[in-house]
Design a binder for this molecule. Structure first.
Ligand code: URA
Length: 440
């Protein structure tokens, strides 16, 4: 097979065969195809698109480019996983994984790091001193069996084709492509080996998909890929026009997750976690258990309030080497040296809390990384005290900034003031969820 023939086919809008897609993925992963030819194909896919059949072939080729896990064998039963397409203040995994585990469903998940405006679960976990996110496959499996819960980074061996292609996309302006995003996410999920997958597709200015139509298309596509690969699938489309919960920044988000597992936490975040966990249990129940939404909801609320989910989180962290005194007393988590609150100057209704601008403010404070491997400041970030639709009086606290550098604090103050707009007339609150798409 010749790369130029595959390239010219896609350039002219013709569909690629399974054999051509497999050849491309295998040859590139093995290092036998130069970056310039791979980049040219990625750009042609970006412009010409792919059929559902091509996308499924691409996803499976990437999933099979390395090690594949069989969680059912490891966990001794149906395995359920979740994935978020990336958002601002999205610490859902920290709560949902222990919550589902507290209901007796074993969970073994691999998560990623933050990049750009989008936060990553691994960075958040690393704000708990000692938490080891680099588990070998053997250790990952052993902890899953022993505790019914494990949460670590993705091993290099899992879907290596995606690792290479994603890095290339990042520098060739080929990230925003539906077939490439869907195959990238789903290849990792399929290789990670769960039977059922709940996808949380974010929509809004702080997400990859900024409108409902695109988010819907991405969700539908990923559900279809999962179904074709033999998985049970549920995708929810959730709001990312304003941050999820109050905290944006690594240690701040861990503290908020702990607060939520103590029965408190922001109402929107709590509700989001309960819904994602409910869908995970519904899949795990396979139509025989956890079918009654109200009953499942009551069970989940009980385990958030009675400390059972928190106990699972503590067990998870302890098993992965963390200093659990930070969980027992979150004031021990990394703290910023400067804490400043920005207050409202006028009365009115909150019309906008731009997730993107809040993320940029957290980024400017040092909470995010521009490129892979950059250091981040775990202590810094933003706490947002208002949601769209809230009525406020002058002097009400809008946000609290946590900084370790006076100049960065200054910059982020300007950004959060731009992020929040106030209207004189009442504003409708934003919905938490827009849609649910199920695989059949
Ligand atoms: N997340 C991924 O893993 N891949 C993409 O392409 C986009 C978001």
């Amino acid at each position: 097979m010749r790369a130029v023939d595959i390239l010219s086919k896609k350039r002219d809008g013709l569909p690629l065969t399974e054999a051509e897609i497999n050849w491309f993925v295998q040859t590139y992963t093995a290092g036998d195809l130069p970056d310039y030819q791979a980049s040219a194909l990625l750009m042609a896919i970006c412009i010409r698109g792919m059929s559902r059949e091509e996308i499924v072939h691409l996803t499976l080729a990437m999933a099979q480019s390395g090690e594949t896990l069989h969680l059912r064998d490891i966990l001794g039963g149906y395995a359920v996983d979740k994935h978020s397409s990336g958002g601002v203040g999205d610490k859902t995994t920290l709560v949902v994984l222990p919550l589902v585990a507290s209901c007796g469903v074993a969970v073994a998940k691999m998560s990623g790091r933050g990049l750009g405006f989008s936060g990553g679960t691994l960075d958040k976990l690393e704000s708990i001193r000692g938490y080891d996110v680099n588990l070998s496959t053997d250790r990952f499996e052993a902890l899953a069996k022993q505790n019914g819960i494990v949460l670590s980074g993705q091993t290099r061996a899992l879907a290596p084709a995606d690792g290479k292609l994603y890095a290339l996309r990042d520098v060739t302006a080929t990230v925003p492509s539906l077939p490439l995003i869907a195959s990238s996410i789903m290849s990792k999920k399929i290789a990670a080996g769960a039977d059922g997958i709940v996808l949380d597709v974010k929509m809004g200015d702080g997400a990859f998909m900024s409108n409902l139509e695109d988010a819907h298309e991405l969700a539908r596509l990923m559900v279809d890929i999962g179904v074709d690969a033999g998985r049970d699938m549920i995708a929810v489309i959730s709001d990312m026009n304003q941050p999820l919960g109050a905290a944006v920044g690594n240690a701040l988000e861990v503290a908020e997750a702990i607060e939520t597992m103590q029965g408190g936490g922001p109402a929107d975040f709590r509700e989001h976690c309960l819904e994602i966990a409910r869908h995970m249990l519904r899949l795990a129940g396979q139509g025989e258990q956890w079918t009654d939404a109200a009953e499942v909801r009551a069970l989940l609320e009980k385990n958030l309030n009675n400390g059972q989910a928190l106990a699972k989180f503590r067990l998870l962290a302890e098993a992965q080497g963390a200093d659990v005194r930070m969980i027992d007393d979150p004031s021990q988590l990394p703290q910023a040296s400067m804490v400043e609150t920005v207050d409202a100057k006028q009365a009115g209704y909150i019309a906008q809390v731009s997730a993107l601008k809040i993320a940029q403010a957290a980024f400017d404070l040092g909470a995010g990384r521009e490129k892979k491997g950059d250091p981040i400041d775990l202590a810094v970030g933003v706490q947002v005290h208002v949601n769209v639709g809230d009525q406020i009086e002058p002097g009400a606290s809008l946000v609290t900034l946590h900084a370790n550098d006076a100049q960065r604090l200054e910059q982020s103050r300007v950004l959060v003031q731009e992020a929040i707009t106030v209207s004189e007339s009442p504003v409708e609150p934003l919905p938490l969820f827009y849609d649910v798409i199920e695989g059949v």
